[in-house]
Design a binder for this molecule. Structure first.
Ligand code: UDP
Length: 327
Protein backbone atom coordinates (compact mmCIF):
# COMPACT_ATOMS: atom_id res chain seq x y z
CA UNK A 1 0.00 0.00 0.00
CA UNK A 2 1.44 3.36 -1.01
CA UNK A 3 0.51 5.92 1.68
CA UNK A 4 -0.87 5.72 5.19
CA UNK A 5 -4.63 5.79 5.22
CA UNK A 6 -7.16 6.09 8.00
CA UNK A 7 -9.54 3.20 7.63
CA UNK A 8 -12.81 2.46 9.40
CA UNK A 9 -13.73 -1.21 9.79
CA UNK A 10 -17.27 -1.74 11.06
CA UNK A 11 -17.69 -5.21 12.46
CA UNK A 12 -13.93 -5.14 13.01
CA UNK A 13 -14.04 -7.33 16.13
CA UNK A 14 -15.71 -10.15 14.22
CA UNK A 15 -14.14 -13.16 12.60
CA UNK A 16 -13.18 -11.70 9.19
CA UNK A 17 -13.05 -8.12 10.55
CA UNK A 18 -10.35 -8.86 13.11
CA UNK A 19 -8.09 -10.47 10.50
CA UNK A 20 -8.71 -7.49 8.21
CA UNK A 21 -7.85 -4.94 10.94
CA UNK A 22 -4.57 -6.74 11.61
CA UNK A 23 -3.58 -6.83 7.94
CA UNK A 24 -4.42 -3.14 7.44
CA UNK A 25 -2.39 -2.18 10.53
CA UNK A 26 0.54 -4.34 9.43
CA UNK A 27 0.57 -2.40 6.14
CA UNK A 28 1.06 0.85 8.05
CA UNK A 29 -2.50 2.20 8.12
CA UNK A 30 -4.46 3.73 10.98
CA UNK A 31 -7.48 1.58 11.79
CA UNK A 32 -10.64 2.55 13.64
CA UNK A 33 -12.75 -0.44 14.55
CA UNK A 34 -16.46 -0.19 15.36
CA UNK A 35 -18.33 -3.20 16.67
CA UNK A 36 -21.41 -3.77 18.82
CA UNK A 37 -19.83 -7.03 20.09
CA UNK A 38 -23.01 -9.03 19.40
CA UNK A 39 -21.11 -11.74 17.55
CA UNK A 40 -17.72 -10.04 17.53
CA UNK A 41 -15.54 -10.19 20.60
CA UNK A 42 -12.89 -8.05 22.26
CA UNK A 43 -10.79 -11.21 22.49
CA UNK A 44 -10.47 -11.16 18.69
CA UNK A 45 -8.77 -7.76 18.78
CA UNK A 46 -6.98 -8.06 22.13
CA UNK A 47 -3.62 -8.18 20.36
CA UNK A 48 -4.41 -4.93 18.52
CA UNK A 49 -5.75 -2.81 21.38
CA UNK A 50 -2.31 -1.66 22.52
CA UNK A 51 -1.18 -0.56 19.06
CA UNK A 52 -1.01 3.20 18.68
CA UNK A 53 -2.60 3.16 15.23
CA UNK A 54 -5.63 1.19 16.39
CA UNK A 55 -8.78 2.50 18.05
CA UNK A 56 -11.82 0.53 19.09
CA UNK A 57 -15.32 1.87 19.79
CA UNK A 58 -18.20 -0.31 20.90
CA UNK A 59 -21.02 0.95 18.73
CA UNK A 60 -23.94 -0.40 16.72
CA UNK A 61 -24.20 1.07 13.20
CA UNK A 62 -27.99 1.14 13.62
CA UNK A 63 -27.30 4.30 15.63
CA UNK A 64 -25.70 7.26 13.81
CA UNK A 65 -22.07 7.99 14.62
CA UNK A 66 -19.48 10.70 14.09
CA UNK A 67 -15.70 10.49 13.97
CA UNK A 68 -13.63 13.70 13.92
CA UNK A 69 -10.65 12.19 12.17
CA UNK A 70 -10.83 12.20 8.36
CA UNK A 71 -11.55 8.67 7.13
CA UNK A 72 -10.22 7.55 3.74
CA UNK A 73 -11.76 4.09 3.43
CA UNK A 74 -14.57 2.14 5.05
CA UNK A 75 -15.06 -1.61 5.13
CA UNK A 76 -18.64 -2.27 6.24
CA UNK A 77 -18.65 -5.75 7.75
CA UNK A 78 -21.12 -5.02 10.53
CA UNK A 79 -23.77 -7.74 10.52
CA UNK A 80 -24.14 -11.14 12.17
CA UNK A 81 -23.31 -13.63 9.43
CA UNK A 82 -24.07 -17.15 10.62
CA UNK A 83 -27.65 -18.39 10.15
CA UNK A 84 -28.24 -19.04 13.85
CA UNK A 85 -26.99 -15.61 14.84
CA UNK A 86 -28.68 -13.54 12.15
CA UNK A 87 -31.97 -15.30 12.92
CA UNK A 88 -31.83 -14.63 16.71
CA UNK A 89 -33.22 -11.16 16.09
CA UNK A 90 -34.21 -11.07 12.44
CA UNK A 91 -35.58 -7.53 12.63
CA UNK A 92 -32.30 -6.27 14.02
CA UNK A 93 -30.49 -8.01 11.15
CA UNK A 94 -32.68 -6.15 8.67
CA UNK A 95 -32.03 -2.90 10.55
CA UNK A 96 -28.26 -3.46 10.33
CA UNK A 97 -28.54 -3.89 6.56
CA UNK A 98 -30.89 -0.96 5.97
CA UNK A 99 -30.72 1.72 8.69
CA UNK A 100 -27.17 0.66 9.57
CA UNK A 101 -25.97 0.74 5.95
CA UNK A 102 -27.66 4.14 5.41
CA UNK A 103 -25.79 5.46 8.47
CA UNK A 104 -22.48 4.14 7.17
CA UNK A 105 -23.17 5.53 3.70
CA UNK A 106 -24.08 8.94 5.15
CA UNK A 107 -20.80 8.85 7.05
CA UNK A 108 -18.90 7.85 3.88
CA UNK A 109 -20.51 10.76 2.03
CA UNK A 110 -19.48 13.24 4.75
CA UNK A 111 -15.89 12.00 4.63
CA UNK A 112 -15.81 11.45 0.86
CA UNK A 113 -14.51 8.00 1.78
CA UNK A 114 -14.40 4.95 -0.45
CA UNK A 115 -16.69 2.26 0.93
CA UNK A 116 -16.59 -1.52 0.55
CA UNK A 117 -19.73 -3.42 1.48
CA UNK A 118 -19.44 -7.02 2.65
CA UNK A 119 -22.24 -8.62 0.67
CA UNK A 120 -22.75 -12.35 0.43
CA UNK A 121 -23.35 -15.38 -1.74
CA UNK A 122 -26.71 -15.48 0.06
CA UNK A 123 -27.94 -12.87 -2.43
CA UNK A 124 -28.15 -15.85 -4.86
CA UNK A 125 -30.44 -17.72 -2.44
CA UNK A 126 -30.95 -21.38 -3.40
CA UNK A 127 -29.34 -20.86 -6.81
CA UNK A 128 -30.74 -22.18 -10.09
CA UNK A 129 -27.48 -21.27 -11.85
CA UNK A 130 -24.35 -23.19 -10.92
CA UNK A 131 -21.63 -22.06 -10.35
CA UNK A 132 -22.91 -18.58 -9.58
CA UNK A 133 -21.78 -15.65 -11.72
CA UNK A 134 -22.28 -12.05 -10.60
CA UNK A 135 -24.87 -11.57 -13.36
CA UNK A 136 -27.15 -14.21 -11.81
CA UNK A 137 -30.04 -12.47 -10.04
CA UNK A 138 -30.75 -15.15 -7.50
CA UNK A 139 -33.56 -17.28 -6.13
CA UNK A 140 -34.35 -15.82 -2.73
CA UNK A 141 -37.47 -16.27 -0.61
CA UNK A 142 -38.75 -12.92 0.62
CA UNK A 143 -40.56 -14.47 3.57
CA UNK A 144 -38.41 -17.36 4.83
CA UNK A 145 -36.22 -17.43 7.94
CA UNK A 146 -33.07 -16.55 5.94
CA UNK A 147 -34.73 -13.57 4.24
CA UNK A 148 -33.69 -11.08 6.95
CA UNK A 149 -30.08 -11.66 5.92
CA UNK A 150 -30.48 -12.48 2.20
CA UNK A 151 -32.91 -9.68 1.41
CA UNK A 152 -31.11 -7.39 3.85
CA UNK A 153 -27.84 -7.84 1.99
CA UNK A 154 -29.61 -7.40 -1.35
CA UNK A 155 -31.05 -4.04 -0.30
CA UNK A 156 -27.65 -3.06 1.13
CA UNK A 157 -26.17 -3.58 -2.34
CA UNK A 158 -28.98 -1.46 -3.80
CA UNK A 159 -28.27 1.33 -1.31
CA UNK A 160 -24.59 1.40 -2.24
CA UNK A 161 -25.38 1.69 -5.92
CA UNK A 162 -27.96 4.43 -5.27
CA UNK A 163 -25.46 6.45 -3.23
CA UNK A 164 -22.96 5.89 -6.03
CA UNK A 165 -25.40 7.12 -8.70
CA UNK A 166 -26.78 10.05 -6.69
CA UNK A 167 -23.69 11.28 -4.83
CA UNK A 168 -20.82 9.84 -6.83
CA UNK A 169 -19.63 7.85 -3.82
CA UNK A 170 -16.80 5.41 -4.60
CA UNK A 171 -18.23 1.98 -3.85
CA UNK A 172 -17.09 -1.64 -3.89
CA UNK A 173 -19.39 -4.61 -3.39
CA UNK A 174 -17.85 -7.97 -2.43
CA UNK A 175 -20.04 -11.08 -2.50
CA UNK A 176 -18.38 -13.19 0.15
CA UNK A 177 -18.82 -16.97 -0.04
CA UNK A 178 -18.43 -19.32 2.96
CA UNK A 179 -15.27 -18.38 4.82
CA UNK A 180 -13.56 -20.21 7.67
CA UNK A 181 -10.43 -20.10 9.78
CA UNK A 182 -8.97 -19.16 13.15
CA UNK A 183 -11.12 -16.89 15.36
CA UNK A 184 -14.43 -18.34 14.23
CA UNK A 185 -16.49 -18.35 17.39
CA UNK A 186 -16.88 -21.75 19.02
CA UNK A 187 -20.64 -21.22 19.16
CA UNK A 188 -20.80 -19.66 15.70
CA UNK A 189 -23.07 -22.44 14.45
CA UNK A 190 -21.50 -22.63 11.02
CA UNK A 191 -20.55 -25.95 9.61
CA UNK A 192 -16.73 -25.77 9.78
CA UNK A 193 -16.56 -24.62 13.40
CA UNK A 194 -19.37 -26.96 14.48
CA UNK A 195 -17.68 -29.99 12.91
CA UNK A 196 -14.22 -29.17 14.28
CA UNK A 197 -15.50 -28.51 17.80
CA UNK A 198 -17.58 -31.70 17.68
CA UNK A 199 -14.72 -33.81 16.32
CA UNK A 200 -12.23 -32.50 18.91
CA UNK A 201 -14.59 -33.22 21.78
CA UNK A 202 -15.48 -36.69 20.47
CA UNK A 203 -19.15 -35.82 19.93
CA UNK A 204 -21.00 -36.82 16.75
CA UNK A 205 -20.82 -34.42 13.82
CA UNK A 206 -24.28 -33.03 13.09
CA UNK A 207 -25.01 -33.26 9.36
CA UNK A 208 -28.19 -31.38 8.48
CA UNK A 209 -30.28 -33.16 5.83
CA UNK A 210 -28.51 -35.99 4.01
CA UNK A 211 -25.27 -34.05 3.59
CA UNK A 212 -25.46 -33.90 -0.21
CA UNK A 213 -25.76 -30.09 -0.21
CA UNK A 214 -22.55 -28.39 -1.33
CA UNK A 215 -20.53 -25.39 -0.23
CA UNK A 216 -17.22 -23.83 -1.25
CA UNK A 217 -14.94 -22.85 1.61
CA UNK A 218 -12.45 -20.00 1.51
CA UNK A 219 -9.68 -19.62 4.08
CA UNK A 220 -9.89 -16.28 5.89
CA UNK A 221 -6.38 -15.11 4.88
CA UNK A 222 -7.32 -15.49 1.20
CA UNK A 223 -10.58 -13.66 1.82
CA UNK A 224 -8.89 -10.69 3.49
CA UNK A 225 -6.44 -10.54 0.60
CA UNK A 226 -9.37 -10.38 -1.85
CA UNK A 227 -11.15 -7.67 0.15
CA UNK A 228 -8.05 -5.46 0.23
CA UNK A 229 -7.41 -5.99 -3.49
CA UNK A 230 -10.99 -4.97 -4.20
CA UNK A 231 -10.73 -1.86 -2.03
CA UNK A 232 -7.51 -0.87 -3.78
CA UNK A 233 -8.86 -1.53 -7.30
CA UNK A 234 -9.47 1.24 -9.83
CA UNK A 235 -12.20 3.69 -8.81
CA UNK A 236 -14.25 2.72 -11.88
CA UNK A 237 -14.62 -0.86 -10.64
CA UNK A 238 -17.61 -1.16 -8.30
CA UNK A 239 -18.29 -4.89 -8.44
CA UNK A 240 -20.32 -6.74 -7.34
CA UNK A 241 -17.60 -9.33 -7.43
CA UNK A 242 -17.61 -12.86 -6.04
CA UNK A 243 -14.91 -13.65 -3.49
CA UNK A 244 -14.70 -17.30 -2.55
CA UNK A 245 -12.88 -20.53 -3.17
CA UNK A 246 -14.29 -22.42 -6.17
CA UNK A 247 -13.46 -25.84 -4.69
CA UNK A 248 -16.85 -27.45 -4.04
CA UNK A 249 -17.55 -30.12 -1.40
CA UNK A 250 -20.62 -31.85 -0.07
CA UNK A 251 -21.23 -31.40 3.64
CA UNK A 252 -20.76 -35.14 4.04
CA UNK A 253 -17.31 -34.91 2.42
CA UNK A 254 -16.44 -32.05 4.75
CA UNK A 255 -17.45 -34.12 7.79
CA UNK A 256 -15.29 -37.02 6.60
CA UNK A 257 -12.31 -34.72 6.01
CA UNK A 258 -12.59 -33.15 9.46
CA UNK A 259 -12.88 -36.54 11.18
CA UNK A 260 -9.77 -37.69 9.32
CA UNK A 261 -7.72 -34.53 9.95
CA UNK A 262 -8.56 -34.40 13.67
CA UNK A 263 -8.00 -38.15 14.06
CA UNK A 264 -11.33 -38.20 15.88
CA UNK A 265 -13.40 -41.28 16.66
CA UNK A 266 -16.59 -39.22 16.25
CA UNK A 267 -19.42 -40.61 14.14
CA UNK A 268 -21.91 -38.52 12.17
CA UNK A 269 -25.60 -38.01 12.99
CA UNK A 270 -28.20 -36.73 10.58
CA UNK A 271 -30.48 -33.90 11.70
CA UNK A 272 -33.29 -31.91 10.12
CA UNK A 273 -32.28 -29.69 7.18
CA UNK A 274 -33.04 -26.03 8.01
CA UNK A 275 -35.72 -24.32 5.90
CA UNK A 276 -34.47 -22.71 2.65
CA UNK A 277 -30.98 -24.22 3.07
CA UNK A 278 -29.30 -23.76 -0.36
CA UNK A 279 -28.64 -27.10 -2.11
CA UNK A 280 -25.48 -26.02 -3.89
CA UNK A 281 -23.06 -23.14 -3.85
CA UNK A 282 -19.88 -22.43 -5.76
CA UNK A 283 -18.52 -19.08 -6.91
CA UNK A 284 -17.53 -18.31 -10.45
CA UNK A 285 -14.46 -16.15 -9.79
CA UNK A 286 -13.51 -15.26 -13.36
CA UNK A 287 -14.21 -11.57 -12.68
CA UNK A 288 -12.07 -11.46 -9.51
CA UNK A 289 -9.24 -13.24 -11.33
CA UNK A 290 -9.36 -10.85 -14.26
CA UNK A 291 -9.87 -7.51 -12.52
CA UNK A 292 -8.30 -8.05 -9.11
CA UNK A 293 -5.72 -10.64 -10.14
CA UNK A 294 -6.97 -12.57 -7.11
CA UNK A 295 -7.68 -16.18 -6.46
CA UNK A 296 -7.51 -18.23 -3.25
CA UNK A 297 -4.24 -20.01 -2.57
CA UNK A 298 -5.01 -22.13 0.49
CA UNK A 299 -6.41 -25.60 -0.18
CA UNK A 300 -9.20 -26.91 2.05
CA UNK A 301 -7.03 -29.49 3.88
CA UNK A 302 -4.37 -26.90 4.69
CA UNK A 303 -6.89 -24.35 5.94
CA UNK A 304 -8.79 -26.91 7.96
CA UNK A 305 -5.54 -28.05 9.60
CA UNK A 306 -4.73 -24.47 10.63
CA UNK A 307 -8.27 -24.04 11.96
CA UNK A 308 -8.08 -27.28 13.93
CA UNK A 309 -4.81 -26.06 15.44
CA UNK A 310 -6.51 -22.82 16.48
CA UNK A 311 -9.41 -24.59 18.17
CA UNK A 312 -6.98 -26.99 19.86
CA UNK A 313 -4.91 -24.12 21.27
CA UNK A 314 -7.83 -21.85 22.17
CA UNK A 315 -10.05 -24.41 23.85
CA UNK A 316 -7.67 -27.05 25.19
CA UNK A 317 -9.47 -27.88 28.44
CA UNK A 318 -11.82 -30.53 27.08
CA UNK A 319 -8.92 -32.45 25.57
CA UNK A 320 -6.84 -32.14 28.72
CA UNK A 321 -9.68 -33.40 30.84
CA UNK A 322 -10.15 -36.31 28.44
CA UNK A 323 -6.46 -37.09 28.81
CA UNK A 324 -6.75 -36.98 32.59
CA UNK A 325 -9.60 -39.46 32.43
CA UNK A 326 -7.44 -41.78 30.30
CA UNK A 327 -4.59 -41.73 32.83
N1 UDP B 1 -24.63 -27.61 8.41
C1 UDP B 1 -24.57 -28.92 8.89
N2 UDP B 1 -24.25 -29.11 10.20
C2 UDP B 1 -23.95 -28.10 11.04
C3 UDP B 1 -23.99 -26.76 10.55
C4 UDP B 1 -24.33 -26.56 9.22
O1 UDP B 1 -24.81 -29.88 8.16
O2 UDP B 1 -23.66 -28.37 12.23
C5 UDP B 1 -24.94 -27.41 6.98
C6 UDP B 1 -26.02 -26.37 6.71
O3 UDP B 1 -27.30 -26.93 6.75
C7 UDP B 1 -25.62 -25.91 5.32
C8 UDP B 1 -24.10 -26.02 5.31
O4 UDP B 1 -23.78 -26.91 6.36
O5 UDP B 1 -26.13 -26.76 4.34
C9 UDP B 1 -23.40 -24.69 5.54
O6 UDP B 1 -23.98 -24.12 6.67
P1 UDP B 1 -23.41 -22.82 7.36
O7 UDP B 1 -24.32 -22.48 8.50
O8 UDP B 1 -21.98 -22.99 7.67
O9 UDP B 1 -23.48 -21.68 6.25
P2 UDP B 1 -24.53 -21.30 5.09
O10 UDP B 1 -23.80 -21.56 3.85
O11 UDP B 1 -25.76 -22.17 5.21
O12 UDP B 1 -24.82 -19.88 5.35
Amino acid sequence: MSKTKTILVTGGAGFIGSHLCKRLLDSGNKVICLDNLFTGSKKNIQHLLKKKNFKFFQHDIIEPFFIKEKIDQIYNLACPASPIHYQVNAIRTIKANTIGVINVLGFAKQHQARILQASTSEVYGDPMEHPQKESYRGNVSTIGPRACYDEGKRVAETLLFDYHRKWGLEIKVARIFNTYGPRMAKNDGRVVSNFIVQALSGRPLTIYGNGSQTRSFCYVVDMVDGLIKLMESSSSFTGPVNLGNPGEFTIKELAEKIIKLTGSKSKVVYERLPEDDPKQRRPNIVLAKRVLKWEPKIKLEEGIEKTIEYFNLSFPRKRESRKQICF
